[in-house]
Design a protein around this ligand. Sequence first.
Ligand code: C2E
Ligand code: CA
Ligand code: CA
Length: 761
Amino acid sequence: MTEIANTEIQLLKEIEQLRSELAAAHRTKAVRTAELFNSEERFALAMRGASDGLWDWDLETDEVYYSPRWKSMLGYGEHELENNLSTWASMVHIDDKDFVLKDVQKFLSGEVDTFEVEMRMRHKAGHDVFIRSRAFKVSRGENNETVRLVGTHVDITRQKKAELFDKRNAKILEMIAKGKPAPEIYNEIALMYEERHSGLRCSMLELEGSKLLHGGAPSLPKAYCEAVHGLENGPEVGSCGTSSYTGKRVLVKNIETDPKWVDLKHVALPYGMRSCWSEPIKNSSGKVLGAFGMYHNYPTLPNEEESNDLTSAAQLACIVMERDQNQKRIRDLAYTDKLTNLSSRTHFYLNIEKLVKTSARDKNKFGLLYIDLDNFKNVNDSLGHDVGDILLMRVAQRLKRACREIDYIARLSGDEFCIAVNNVMDDYGAAQVAQRCLELISKPVELAGRKFTPACSIGIAHYPDDGIDLKTILKAADTALYAAKDLGKNRYAFYKKELTEKAEYRFKIEQYLREAIEKQQLSLVYQPKVDINSGSIIGVEALCRWHHPLLGQVSPVDFIAMAEQIGMIKPLTEWILKTACNQSTLWNEAGFSSIRMAVNISPSHFLDSDLVPLIKRVIKDSGIMPNELELEVTEGGVHTNQENLAIFEHLKELGVLLAIDDFGVGYSSFASLKHLNVDFLKIDKYFIDDMLVDHKAKLLVGSMIEMGHNLGHKVTAEGIEKEEQFCMLQELGCDTAQGYLFSKPVSANQVSKLLGRNFTC
Ligand code: C2E
Ligand code: CA
Ligand code: CA
């Protein structure tokens, strides 16, 4: 470095000397040319052998002379670059160009006396070279006008890199001191060494037991990191797997041919990795914590500097890894309940506090279950604490099974457990989990050779309804727990009493609904659809009815929604479709031909991949003509995403008719029409109700009919109760009508009687 600096100083002195000679030369025009020529000659001679590049910019012609050294510094031969300013402009780093040009301007205008800048220039091989550029003015004439700028380039890359390395090193130490997360620091360490050695890529792997876990590798492809994550280390598992196994440095010059990489090279070679050197990361007592890996895109072994860096990189990573692993261990000790492996009370409280914050931010509701084993004391007293412990472990396993992935379980103390039921839509989400807990916990267990049936009581509270911070929600859940015990144990209770009854009623109905098909409590009724022009019945809509011996008649609005929630909608729809299509064939056989059978399909089922095969099967089994089956789906089911459009297309290919039900009340009505190939729009009763009294409603209905027709759809109006509505719809050109005016939904037998009737306005 000093050697270069000395040459530079020497050179600058000579240039300064030349500058004054040049200035003197300008004094007399006559001698100028000869003297200038000589000076330039000497200048050039002075430069020869120096390690600096020379540039000479003629401001009048804009020609720039670049010396051979100037060019070779950037990897170019003597004749590879043109002698003009754009050569420089195309090679200077884009972020540095502006300030360099500004400094040149300042220097030329006399605002500053000296010119010295540091900038990055692109080497022919693609990397950046740090350059220090200095310049001197060459003036001429009586006005001392600047005609040329002459300057030098010094390559200061090494010095710059050393400075950057020091800075990064300091930053990493600061990150360690401030306790930043380990993965962030690993990435910084990798980037620091990568910046120092062009083309290098680094990785850090942590060793957990005998498994290698991804620590940090910001420049390696994700797919490679994922492939390595979780690998068992061993005597021949790549470079890092081997070095973490043997505790020794492993240098692999060529991944392609090295036997240690036989099983792994297929994930490395496609990403260009050709050589890999690995240093085990060992703590102060010599235990291997992981491995530091350095990769190159060509077969090579480390030089002395790289070899030293491999050692220091592993040492630096060790500081972070050791600290991180200690912290994890402490956290695990404090945060896990040793007996059950569930979260500890401390951890649970911390998490609930976090959950309160995120739920407040996202406006989410969550439920808290406070669970207490019934009569646990008896087990402890009669069978001993060891048996009690076994029961607690079993209970913990069962609670885990009762929860979803996103729920969170902890053991608070003794026989008390808590579950946070995350992101619940209504009050029943938490009750469902509670119900499952009750069911699973009350399964018999064998303890000390004796069969035992455990039981628990559960209190349920909700954020934010029953409390908006940890303390109040816990208190509410605890109060509810006592209510559950009072109710007779082995049950749950809500903090709000009325919810307990409601939830129980609901679960009872759910249970009943599951049995409804089997117990033949379901039936279909059919509501005629009338062709407005001919007045005859051209089809029916099948509507489902449920009569339960205790509950009586349950509204389809309620039980269909419930069936969707409890995953019953598929078997239910299957039953409805089969029954309706069989009925259609029966009518056909009885001589009532071409009665279109409309069946409602709930939106959630409509999007299911099972629907198309189901329809196909039902058509085949029942013998219904596909064009006599109409599927009604509400707008909720017709978002125009790709998947949805495909279902419409598949159904159309089967030849069935499609109708958009409750048209006009959803948000997507018109937007969806543009893409969907449907046969009918079924205008919602809401508009028909208002038609007679509200002029605007009538206008709307008229427009919907017209628009439907223009887009090639037929239009049905539903909920017609009055003669006047019927007449008005006829006037507006509507195609089909349905409503109590013609008939309420009735049994299949009654439909047969209606079929001959004619309805005219
Ligand atoms: P929806 O598909 O819009 O069915 C029309 C509802 O309006 C039926 O009620 C029908 O009885 C009633 N309705 C028809 N004309 C009139 C009228 O002039 N005045 C009045 N006030 N009401 C009329 P329902 O049968 O109670 O069905 C209600 C909803 O339950 C249906 O609305 C549909 O969304 C659902 N649903 C019924 N059966 C099924 C089914 O089999 N599958 C599915 N997925 N949903 C069904
Ligand atoms: Ca319908
Ligand atoms: Ca409807």
